[in-house]
Design a protein around this ligand. Structure first.
Ligand code: GLN
Length: 453
């Protein structure tokens, strides 16, 4: 813990941590020492972790990357972090993120962007770590924690993992409790770990996951021994390659990486089969209707009355307006407006209901592939390597949304997905592959990702 605390101080230029909690870390580490001495060590005893600042931590400021929660001190602990502390982990601090987890580059954080520890060969242009879990990914990549919590609504675990050469898994919807995690889009949100190896991810997910009656969508299933699954191998598995993911304009090096990934799995004993997921191209537009719709509903609670910031006004309506105008950033306001629009009378059927129907079709595509004997699906994690700070943020917002093309399908279908580092591009930046699994079969993902890693 002390070594990590020292490392954090030297790496503040990355802006990965919004809050460092060294005193708490040392106290927790001491308690761990005592447990180890007594032979009562938990599975994560003494391991220093970073917590994305979307997870409520009791008595420790939790901002969700937003000004509106600048001084919010929860009086309860999220289920995910509580599970980690139960197993002995040590909290180093709270990690930066896109505001309310809305973004793909960490540039929408009200507290400034995160800088990736990676650079293009021979260049000092600052690179984004991806988002929204940019702080988590940068901190793990820069050795500023052993692992981190993250959340994924449309790719926010897998895309930053791919951009930083780390491993990140979004478990099946319902595997991990959402209780005490600040909500973005409740039917898509799922927490998971980012870590430096597949095995570390398996160990962390084993602690984070589990039934929780406080989240009614959290399933009552036992948590498998994920770590044991890591070394299972891929012999006898059928891996699907969906032809619709061969999108126009995909860089040749990403296509090559994808082909290499398939070849490695084949060499290790898997059967590779081309498959079709015909509704893939509808996933991104449908996601950018469903996610803002749910966000507009979830974010209605930030009204200046119950949480964080309050900017007074002459009456209550003016107080709401002033609070939200000052408290929310541009991207969050854009999402609230889109969400409110697609849910409004007269547009609801044309947008929201259609997006929900598309969601069902996307889910069916996957169900058919799995019913036909496919065990996991291999795709690139992102359509490009990490971009430079400011390179996409200033452009049309749709340009940024397009980065999520390979990840949002997985959330729309509620499936597990893992991003695993698979190589470097011509500029020396990491590239990741994604594996998508059957519902509640994270074990096959760990086994398959381990072969690629
Ligand atoms: N980049 C996507 C978005 O902006 C996904 C974010 C996430 O998964 N939290 O909505």
């Amino acid at each position: 813990a002390q070594a990590h605390i020292d490392a954090l101080e030297k790496a503040r230029v990355l802006n990965a941590y919004l809050l460092e909690t060294p005193d708490r870390a040392l106290k927790m580490a001491e308690a761990s020492d005592a447990k180890i001495a007594k032979g009562e060590a938990g599975p994560l005893e003494g391991l220093p972790l970073g917590i994305k600042d979307l997870f409520c931590t009791e008595g420790v400021t939790t901002t969700a990357g937003s000004k509106i929660l600048e001084n919010f001190e929860p009086h309860y602990e999220s289920a995910v972090s509580a599970n980690l502390w139960r197993d002995g982990a040590v909290m180093l601090g709270k990690l930066n993120l896109d505001e309310f987890a809305m973004g793909s580059s960490n540039e929408t954080s009200a507290y400034g962007g995160v800088i990736s520890p990676w650079r293009r060969t021979g260049s000092d242009v600052k690179i984004v770590p991806g988002g929204s879990s940019g702080g988590s990914a940068a901190a793990v990549a820069a050795h500023l924690c052993l692992g981190a919590t993250a959340t994924d609504t449309g790719g926010s675990i897998r895309q930053p993992a791919a951009f930083t050469g780390t491993v990140g898994i979004k478990p099946t919807y319902g595997r991990v409790s959402r209780w005490g995690t600040v909500a973005f889009a409740s039917s898509l949100d799922q927490a998971g770990p980012i870590a430096r190896t597949v095995r570390d991810c398996a160990i962390l997910l084993g602690s984070m996951a589990g039934p929780d009656a406080r989240d009614t969508t959290c399933v009552d299933l036992p948590v498998p021994d994920f770590e044991a699954a890591v070394s299972r191998g891929v012999k006898g598995l059928t891996i699907g390659i969906p032809k619709e993911y061969r999108v126009e304009g995909m860089p040749a090096e990403i296509q090559k990486l994808w082909d290499d990934g398939a070849a490695w799995l084949k060499d290790a004993g898997a059967t590779i089969r081309e498959i079709s997921l015909p509704h893939t191209k509808l996933a991104l537009p449908a996601y950018y209707i469903v996610a803002p719709a749910e966000a507009s509903s979830n974010l209605a609670r930030y009204d200046g009355v119950r949480y964080g910031l309050r900017v007074p006004g002459r009456d209550i309506a003016a107080m709401y307006e002033n609070t939200r105008a000052a408290g929310f950033g541009r991207e969050v306001k854009r999402r609230i407006m889109i969400g409110t629009y697609v849910l409004s009378a007269g547009y609801y059927d044309a947008y929201y209901v259609r997006a929900q129907k598309i969601r069902t079709l996307i889910k069916r595509d996957f169900e058919e592939a799995y019913a036909a004997g496919v065990d996991a699906i291999l795709t690139p994690a992102t359509p490009s390597s990490a971009f430079g700070v400011g390179e996409k943020a200033s452009a049309d917002p749709v340009e940024m949304y397009l980065n999520d093309v390979f990840t949002v399908t997985v959330n729309m279908a509620g499936l597990p997905g893992i991003a695993v580092p698979a190589g470097l591009d011509g500029q020396g930046l990491p590239l990741g592959l994604q594996l998508i699994g059957r519902p509640f079969d994270e074990e096959t993902l760990f086994a398959t990702a381990e072969v690629i890693e």
